[in-house]
Design a protein around this ligand. Structure first.
Ligand SMILES: NC(=O)C1=CN([C@@H]2O[C@H](COP(=O)(O)OP(=O)(O)OC[C@H]3O[C@@H](n4cnc5c(N)ncnc54)[C@H](O)[C@@H]3O)[C@@H](O)[C@H]2O)C=CC1
Ligand SMILES: CC(=O)C(=O)O
Ligand SMILES: [Mg+2]
Length: 576
């Protein structure tokens, strides 16, 4: 709740109102004088605890719950009660608890949202209520200083598809990560779900489903609804950042392109995933002592993340190795459900406009082994292309089979293999298997956490977690804190380069390609600094800081989970 130690806050609430308000509640940590001033003496047991003691107690309670989903519901109820304690606990156990409040466990919580539902959190904008959207928006935001909206329409949640209203759980989780790892003040962040219905039949059949039980709205009506929301944001919060999360493949890139020149918008699945993968790739080519432009990239799953990664790597090749766009594009081979994306898929309507730049010429594939429909599969692509890099974002578990991985290893000394699909069960290859099949030569990164692998020399190889959470809080915070008008491609590349510069593999090539998640807060702060410096350098920042003061300014402003001292002020205090 504070941005600095010994911060003082004037608060207008008292009695039960302050105890039940998660932003202001301190529970047993209210001091004796605060208890008197806020009418709490009879409402609390005698002993005053420190935050440290509260965290210890909460951690003990959490530890009695063996299953991750039960830990997740415990954390959720802690968040409903006391933000400082929730973030205090998380920040003391970052690596252990991120998988509980985020992927993979949050995916299960979202899939069970209507059954686990206890309390609403965030802004629910529902299609049939669109006429009242402005009223609902204003009622919720209540004139508060909002800096960030994290919005989803729930069509493509974390690799588990359309989750209807339950998708609010990704907006709340991504917001919490902004606070935990980026230093964003949680009272200035709004998670939003645009409930435009769902095509998930299981949810539609469920009598307990709490969302709008209707088929998903598409086309112009959908666009108008999304636009209505964006107009409100632009009208009332022109300096805010809008973070799009887990929109479907037909909308993610399209909405980003539509709004990027009108407001500071960011699509995490496209840009965040692209940026973290670029950083991991820079680190991998550092190990192989080669260049980004010298790789042959096979990207399996050309959806939102796959294409976002491809474009970000392509932009990286252009800006770092100075290749032309056309030459950089040629380094990529994309595959989707119909195999390799090549010209002849076009007439059958199997190529999305968005991937056109990366379509391979048919002539190049004359004589290739194909199925009856002329589709060329992954193994054949690997045989012919001899990729140095294989990236998975397909949700096709096990797609990188032993045959594929061994074939790849024949063509390159150190295969760079990034199976990035979430949750863990959908990974394209278990890193342990890829490690065995390549005799420890593979350089790997995954989307969810995996245990280290044993290399033939007996050393353990840590698997980098190439998840956008290692970078998006810093990208967003850097843009937000400088009130940048846009989060530009150059700001994103600056963030990715800073992340790559922190890679443990720079010290020892046997180390992980990215910093460990236990350091994710420090890492994201560095990313935020790089983004802010770039925003200032390119003139998109609206603050008048010198580049040299960025680090100090960011440190001053970051929200940290510590209790401020409260002064009761019924007239001017916060919380009224
Ligand atoms: N590590 C990270 O930070 C991130 C990981 N992801 C993960 O990437 C995966 C994909 O996410 P999105 O791109 O948002 O989904 P998406 O639905 O936009 O893309 C998936 C693509 O894979 C294709 N695909 C599905 N089955 C396939 C198969 N058998 N063979 C070839 N292609 C196939 C689909 O046609 C689609 O184009 C998910 O598991 C998601 O959790 C997404 C964003 C960030
Ligand atoms: C990590 C993430 O954004 C996803 O899996 O969708
Ligand atoms: Mg996502």
């Amino acid at each position: 709740m504070s941005t600095a130690k010994n911060h003082v806050l004037r608060v207008a609430l008292r009695g039960d109102s302050i105890l039940t308000h998660p932003r202001f509640n301190k529970g047993t940590a209210f001091t004796l004088s605060e208890r008197k001033a806020f009418g709490l003496t009879g409402r609390l047991p005698y002993r005053v605890n420190s935050l440290e003691e509260q965290c210890q107690r909460a951690y003990d309670q959490l530890s009695t719950r063996p299953e991750p989903l039960r830990k997740n519901t415990f954390m959720q109820s802690l968040k409903d009660q006391n933000w400082v304690l929730y973030y205090g606990l998380l920040s003391r156990h970052v690596k252990e608890l991120i998988p509980i409040i985020y992927t993979p466990t949050q995916g299960d919580a979202i899939a069970n949202y209507s059954h686990l539902f206890r309390r609403s959190e965030g802004l629910y904008l529902t299609f049939p209520e669109q006429d009242a959207m402005e009223e609902d928006f204003l009622e919720f935001t209540g004139g508060r200083d909002i800096q960030l909206f994290v919005v989803t329409d729930s069509e493509a949640i974390l690799g588990i598809g359309d989750q209807g209203v339950g998708g609010i759980g990704i907006a709340t989780a991504k917001s919490a990560i902004y606070t935990l790892l980026g230093g964003m003040d949680p009272s200035k962040t709004v998670p939003v779900v645009l409930d435009v219905g769902t095509d998930n039949q299981q949810l539609l059949n469920d009598p307990l489903y709490v969302g709008w039980p209707n088929k998903r709205i598409r086309g112009k009506a959908y666009d108008r609804f999304v636009d209505q929301f964006l107009q409100l944001v632009r009208k009332y919060y022109p300096h805010s950042l809008v973070h799009f999360e887990d929109f479907g493949v037909g909308n993610a890139q399209r909405l980003l392109d539509l709004y990027r020149n009108k407001h500071a918008v960011f699509n995490d699945d496209v840009q965040g995933t692209g940026a973290v993968t670029l950083a991991a790739m820079m680190s991998a080519v550092g190990v192989t002592k080669s260049k980004l432009s010298e790789q042959r990239y096979v990207v399996y799953g050309a959806g939102t993340a796959g294409l976002g990664i491809t474009k970000q790597l392509r932009d990286g090749i252009m800006s770092i190795d100075k290749l032309s766009r056309a030459d950089a594009n040629k380094r990529f081979y994309l595959l989707d459900r119909y195999g390799l994306i090549k010209e002849s898929l076009g007439p059958a309507g199997k190529i999305r406009d968005a991937v056109r730049e990366f379509v391979r010429p048919d002539a190049e594939w004359a004589g290739a082994h194909a199925n009856d429909q002329g589709e060329v599969g992954l193994l054949e692509v690997v045989r012919r292309v001899k990729p140095t890099v294989l990236i998975g974002c397909s949700t096709h578990a096990g797609a990188f089979s032993e045959e594929v991985v061994r074939e790849m290893a024949k063509g390159t000394e150190r295969p760079i293999i990034f199976p990035l699909s979430n949750p863990s069960r959908l990974v394209e290859v278990d890193p342990k298997d890829a490690n065995d099949w390549t005799e420890g030569k593979a350089l790997m990164a995954t989307g969810s956490p995996f245990p280290p692998c044993k290399m033939p020399n007996g050393k353990l190889y840590d698997i980098a977690e190439c998840n956008n959470a290692l970078i998006y809080p810093g990208l967003g915070y850097g843009a937000m804190v400088t009130q940048a008008r846009t989060l530009s491609d150059t700001m994103i590349i600056a963030g990715a380069r800073r992340l790559a510069a922190l890679s443990p593999a720079l010290k020892d090539p046997d180390n992980a390609l990215l910093p460990d998640f236990s350091e994710a807060r420090e890492v994201n702060t560095e990313v935020a600094i790089a983004v802010a410096e770039q925003a200032i350098a390119e003139g998109s920042a609206t603050v008048d800081w010198d580049r040299e003061e960025v680090r100090d300014r960011i440190a001053e402003r970051q929200w940290i989970p510590e209790y401020p001292d409260f002064i009761y002020d019924p007239v001017h205090g916060e919380g009224k």
